[in-house]
Design a protein around this ligand. Structure first.
Ligand code: C2E
Ligand code: CA
Ligand code: CA
Ligand code: CA
Length: 278
């Protein structure tokens, strides 16, 4: 059995080494990408469902790779998380998003509470630098803390480790808002939601998909909205792709929404046009 094991290792070794080498290459490329601004942010509108007004944007990172074209986050965020590069990447995203917000926030026709949503990952939440980075970028750009919404996933918020709690309360103390992303895909207990220092809950796309076609789905989303409101939190729905879904969510009392129906994530120039109403 031992010999067999050894020979199987031999067979797979070259492939494994090749994969490692590729990964190593990508790691240094990604570091370089952050240094040389190959990363870009696209912005997706967040809309007030009652009025249809654009109330904010979510910043979503892409990598404009010199050989491979525009890479979506799924192609590099996991690697950035595994290697810790996400700390620098997240810092870059935050600074870039706040600079953009600064440019837009006082423009004509822009909602006076126009806000920017930025995603963070577990590694960032667990880093002691996060609060310092947020404070620094807000000071540097002059953006009011209340305009920044940090999105974290349910499992991150629910983890409950001391350092996570410390980060969450520290961020709240700065005056920024916290949002649970992808709500409904995790496994947090209902009572736990109440105890979180969170202001907004974003209902996951998977719960929105069946809206407009299925009565049971509507009942379910209605119950989720009631739960969120009972916790004293605000609701946002993501993944709205049809007018029916938007209308249904509005009827159910969901304040805000986001999805292809209102606009895909787009480069800043295009988002500026959207804001100007052109
Ligand atoms: P997310 O935060 O849940 O972002 C929403 C994703 O759904 C985005 O994909 C967006 O393009 C897509 N989407 C928006 N509206 C619709 C819709 O109506 N229908 C459908 N089918 N999809 C919609 P994207 O940009 O590929 O981002 C994927 C994930 O990558 C994000 O999921 C987020 O978890 C992560 N990510 C993106 N930017 C960053 C970042 O700057 N930092 C970190 N840590 N993670 C990021
Ligand atoms: Ca998000
Ligand atoms: Ca989401
Ligand atoms: Ca998601």
């Amino acid at each position: 059995a031992k010999a067999e094991h050894r020979s199987s290792v031999k067979v797979f070794e070259p492939a494994l080494l090749y994969a490692r080498r590729l990964q190593g290459l990508m790691i240094s490329e990604l570091r370089e990408a952050i240094r040389t601004d190959q990363l870009v942010l696209h912005f997706q509108p967040v809309v007030e469902l009652k009025s249809g007004r654009v109330e904010g944007a979510e910043a979503l990172v892409r990598w404009n790779h010199p050989d491979r074209g525009l890479l979506m986050p799924d192609a590099f965020i996991p690697l950035a998380e595994e290697t810790g590069i996400i700390i620098d990447l997240g810092y870059w995203v935050l600074r870039q998003a706040m600079r953009q917000l600064r440019l837009w926030q006082d423009g004509p026709g822009v909602d006076e509470n126009f806000s920017m949503r930025v995603n963070i990952s577990t590694t960032e939440l667990q880093s002691l630098e996060l609060i310092e980075h947020v404070r620094e970028v807000l000071a540097e750009t002059g953006v009011e803390a209340s305009r920044l919404v940090i999105e974290l996933t349910e499992s991150m918020a629910v983890n409950g480790s001391d350092i996570d709690r410390y980060s969450l309360t520290g961020l709240r103390r700065l005056g920024i808002r916290l949002e649970i992303d992808d709500f409904g895909t995790g496994y947090s207990s209902i009572s736990y939601l109440r105890s979180l220092p969170v202001n907004v809950v974003k209902i996951d796309r998977s719960l929105i998909q069946g809206l407009g076609t299925d009565d049971k789905e509507r009942e379910f989303v209605a119950a989720v909205l009631q739960l969120i409101h009972a916790c004293g939190m605000q609701a946002v729905a993501e993944g709205i792709e049809t007018a029916e879904q938007a209308a249904e969510l509005g009827r159910l009392g969901c304040a805000s929404g986001q999805g292809y129906h209102f606009g895909r994530p787009m480069p800043p120039e295009q988002f500026a046009e959207l804001l100007r109403g052109t």
